[in-house]
Structures are given as C-alpha cells and as structure tokens.
Design a protein around this ligand. Structure first.
Ligand code: NDP
Length: 326
C-alpha cells in the first residue's frame, strides 16, 4: 500500500471529531488501501476528551491506522500534514455580536493558517467545518504564506447532501436519481440551494417537483435544516456533518468523475463572485483539484439569490479586514 497520509483534525475532542475519526481510520475517507497517521489538535480543555477518543481508536485495532498523536500545539499538529480538517471553532452564542464572533475565530484561524503555512506538507489540503466556515477559511488562507490559495476550502457538502436528500424525498425517488444540485454562496442561512439545473432521472427536476416549492419552502428547509435537527434531536448535527467532511475530502483526493457536487472554494471570479472570496460553487474534482463547473445557465431568480449570499460573504470579509484579522 501507499505511504501513510497525515491527517490533522482540530476540535478532535468534540462531537463531529468523534464521529469522523473512526470512519477516517476505517478507510472511508482515503480508501481501503491508504494508511493514515492521525493528529488530534485540541485546546487544553479539549485534550482529555481527545485522549479518550484515541484510546477507543486503539481499541478498534484498525489495520489502516498507523499512529495517533495528540497535541495542543498547532506547529506540532500541522507538522507535515497532508489533510487538515479544521472542525474546532468558536460558534456564535446568544447575544454575541458579529464582531466578537469574527474576532474570536480570527484568534483561532489566523494562527492555524500560519502554522499550516510554516509546517504542513507541500500538498496540504484544508477543509474548514467550524463556523462561520467560509470566513474562517479565508482567515486561515490569508495567513498561510506559501500555500496555494486553492488548498483552502470550506464545507458546504452537508448543505448539498441535505438538498439532494430532500429533493429525492419530495420526488419519491432514490437518491442516485438526483443530479446537478448546487449550493451557492455562504454556509449560512443565505445559502442558495439551486435545483434549476438539476435532474431527476432523465427529466429536469423542475418538471418533476412543483417549481414554487423548489423556490420557496425547499430553500428554507435546506437552509434551516440545522435548526430542525437541533429541535428534533436536542443537539446539532454530528454524524451528517462528519460524513459530509469525509465526502468532501474523499472527492477532492480521489476525484468525482463527471458527478457534480458543491464546495466552497476560492473564487477566480466565476459567476461574478469577487475574486478571492471562499464561496460555494458547483464543482468537480479532477487530478486532486477542485474545478468550478462553468457556463451553467443562471436565471434571474438564481442570480438574485446568489448575489444576496455573496454580498454576505463580502460583508464578512470586510468586517474581518476592518478588525485587522486579514
Ligand atoms: P462540534 O464538534 O459539534 O462542532 C464543531 C464545530 O463545527 C462547531 O463550531 C460548529 O459550529 C461547526 N459546524 C459546522 N457545520 C456544522 C453542522 N452542520 N452541524 C454541527 N456543527 C457544525 O462541537 P463540539 O463543541 O462538540 O466540539 C468542538 C471542539 O473544538 C471542542 O472539543 C473544543 O475544545 C474544540 N476547539 C478546538 C480549537 C482548536 O483546535 N484551536 C478551537 C476551538 C474549539 P456551529 O455550532 O456554529 O454549527
């Protein structure tokens, strides 16, 4: 088998980390022939929980798992890393101002970006899960001198998978019948799940489901699915978030073929999204790189929704600039 790949998780002692680590070690992310070295990066108060997870990983005796290292030092955590899943973040709490949220995350993702720039492997690939994910990814990217910008991405795969699942359910078809959905913009309530180019079987999705539903209740349901999960489950989504992060990395490394998915990647100005923003696009992964699928038709409704979400990303970028975080 190939030389082992080093995978670093931040927030490894948290819930999403717990749900992701066993699957990564089992080969679900990089394939059944790829050995992995795990680095669990935590803040001091998360170390004990991460240690517990490490003990359980040992108790699985995974043949693909070469080693597990724990640290609360980013320069050690990212040393030689090939794949970094940045899961730990400072989520918004009740009464918190946006500036405070961005400031708290700047203090996490700036230093992590610098450590990645200084210590990671040349082929490092980064996916940010912790919210506000797009802007946290931008902060890390801006601090990671020497790392090509396109190696920094943010997760919108969970939104994408939610959009696929809910459309399949509405149409009464199996998931593999659904193709061509796009999540545009920010991983936030302004995200735009777009079915205008989607197909169900060999038919346009908008010929199968009610177009008014697709442009109203459906968009709301996808965008607010996180809140629905919290309401029903009594806690935020964990298994589905970990699954999405694993699928994002798996596709990025192993390729999508012709299948389209969604990921927040650095804009080169595609679809009028300002260059340098980390915004969700329709993508395919080829030869280890995300490519934005270009030349899709954007109708007036979609244009307005994309612009609205991108405007939010611009305002987050301007806010972190104003705070001196990038
Ligand atoms: P989770 O593992 O449940 O979530 C981790 C982060 O993922 C949260 O900030 C959450 O933001 C975000 N997230 C993004 N998308 C989703 C989604 N769809 N569903 C749920 N969460 C999502 O949090 P825990 O509190 O269990 O664990 C966090 C861990 O991170 C702790 O162990 C803490 O010590 C650690 N940490 C590490 C840091 C570091 O390494 N420097 C920095 C900060 C924390 P949101 O709540 O907004 O959805």
């Amino acid at each position: 088998s190939h030389a082992p790949v080093t995978v670093t998780l931040t927030g490894a002692g948290g819930q999403i980390g717990y749900a992701a680590l066993f699957r990564i070690a089992a080969g679900d992310m990089l394939g059944p022939d790829q050995r992995v070295r795990l680095r669990l990066l935590e803040i001091p108060q998360g170390m004990r929980s991460a240690e517990g997870t490490a003990l359980e990983l040992a108790d699985c005796a995974f043949p693909l798992l070469d080693s597990v290292e724990l640290t609360d030092d980013a320069s050690i955590g990212f040393d030689g890393t090939n794949i970094a899943l940045l899961i730990g973040s400072r989520p918004r709490t009740a009464g918190m101002e946006r500036g405070d949220l961005l400031e708290a995350n700047g203090a996490i993702f700036g230093p992590q970006g610098r450590a990645i720039g200084a210590a990671a492997a040349d082929d490092v690939r980064v996916v940010v899960v912790g919210n506000p994910a797009n802007t946290n990814a931008l902060i890390a990217q801006q601090h990671a001198g020497g790392v090509p910008a396109e190696r920094f991405t943010a997760l919108t795969r969970l939104d994408h998978n939610r959009a696929v699942g809910l459309l399949a359910a509405e149409a009464g078809v199996a998931v593999p019948e659904v193709a061509g959905i796009t999540i545009w913009g920010n991983h936030s309530a302004t995200q735009y799940p777009d079915v205008s180019g989607a197909t169900i079987g060999d038919r346009p999705a908008l010929d199968v489901v009610d177009a008014e539903w697709a442009r109203g209740a459906y968009i709301d349901r996808v965008a607010k699915r996180g809140a629905e999960i919290i309401e029903v489950r009594g806690g935020s989504s964990v298994g589905s978030a970990a699954n999405a992060a694993i699928e994002h990395v798996r596709d990025w490394v192993l390729g999508t073929g012709e299948r389209r998915t969604s990921a927040a990647v650095v804009s080169r100005g595609e679809y009028g999204v300002p260059e340098g923003l980390i915004s969700s696009f329709p993508v395919r992964a080829v030869d280890g790189a995300w490519n934005v699928v270009e030349d899709l038709e954007i109708d007036a409704f979609s244009r307005e929704r994309i612009d609205r979400s991108v405007a939010e990303l611009v305002s987050e970028r301007d806010a972190v600039r104003g705070l001196g975080l990038i």
